[in-house]
Design a protein. Structure first.
Length: 74
């Protein structure tokens, strides 16, 4: 019961944080809260971090308010 409460509280806190921030970046890594720049990998079709060249586990599109898993082909 405590685990479910903690997860629910964490999810609500994340939603409030991301809805109240007006950052200029389009994508945010929800595990770190940091803005990331994504680009399409021409070989795999996956969205990858422009700096690290690795696909994030998941990211949030701040314009559409969608949470996207990093293994999706765009």
């Amino acid at each position: 019961m405590k685990t479910i409460f903690f997860l629910l509280l964490s999810a609500i806190g994340s939603m409030i944080y991301f809805s109240c921030t007006n950052a200029g970046a389009r994508y945010v890594d929800p595990t770190t809260g940091k803005e990331i720049n994504l680009e399409r990998d021409p070989h795999t079709g996956l969205m990858i971090d422009a700096e690290t060249k690795k696909a994030p586990h998941m990211y949030v599109d701040t314009k559409t308010h969608d949470t996207i898993y990093g293994n999706k082909v765009m």
